[in-house]
Design a protein around this ligand. Structure first.
Ligand SMILES: CC(C)(COP(=O)(O)OP(=O)(O)OC[C@H]1O[C@@H](n2cnc3c(N)ncnc32)[C@H](O)[C@@H]1OP(=O)(O)O)[C@@H](O)C(=O)NCCC(=O)NCCS
Length: 166
């Protein structure tokens, strides 16, 4: 990810459908300055490892490993494909395969985890295909699009990992 990607990525945050499906908080307008501030606080100071996803020569989304706990060997995985035409075409699966490979083999992580809203069936199906299992569920934890929804916790241990999903 480079600063040239920021306007596009800030634009994804202004896509209400994308934010309702994948975001943890209610959508709110995000300026380029807001995005730069978010990047500085969350990615740079948070020591996250972030990548853009490129398909057909264009950036379609971003993904990364956040909230790294170097003692426990854990990290949270985040991903978002902002260009809707690229949903359900296997790009999420491919990116997560690369990220988990990087996390386990290069960063010596032992466990990678994520949070996903229960109605996000596409996401849950993609994560399951990559080896993640449901570990817990916070019931009615999030107010989203006029209703309370469950927040599902999923995780993948290095011992269980069989390599990138195909
Ligand atoms: C979640 C996301 C990263 C998944 O990436 P993707 O490239 O779309 O996922 P894949 O194509 O690898 O896999 C999607 C799976 O869900 C299935 N699927 C697609 N639409 C579905 C739906 N409405 N309901 C249930 N399953 C669905 C697909 O068939 C596929 O499963 P299969 O390969 O077993 O048939 C991507 O869709 C995305 O960024 N969505 C918007 C934001 C978001 O949800 N971010 C994640 C927050 S936790």
């Amino acid at each position: 990810m480079t600063p040239e990607d920021f306007p596009l990525l800030a634009g994804f945050k202004n896509d209400v459908e994308f934010e309702l499906i994948g975001g943890g908080r209610p959508p709110k307008p995000t300026s380029l300055e807001d995005y730069k501030d978010f990047h500085e606080r969350f990615i740079v100071k948070g020591d996250a490892i972030n990548f853009v996803m490129v398909a057909d020569g264009r950036v379609i989304g971003d993904c990364g490993l956040f909230n790294r706990d170097l003692v426990a060997g854990t990290a949270e995985l985040g991903i978002g494909i902002g260009v809707h035409d690229y949903w359900s075409r296997g790009f999420g699966r491919e990116a997560i395969g690369l990220l988990t490979d990087y996390g386990f083999r290069m960063l010596n992580l032992r466990r990678i985890w994520l949070e996903v809203k229960a109605p996000n069936e596409r996401g849950i199906r993609c994560y399951r295909a990559c080896g993640f299992v449901e570990e817990g569920r916070l019931r009615q934890h999030i107010w989203s699009d006029g209703r309370y929804v469950d927040l599902v916790h999923m995780g993948l241990l290095r011992d269980e990992w069989t390599g990138p999903a195909r």
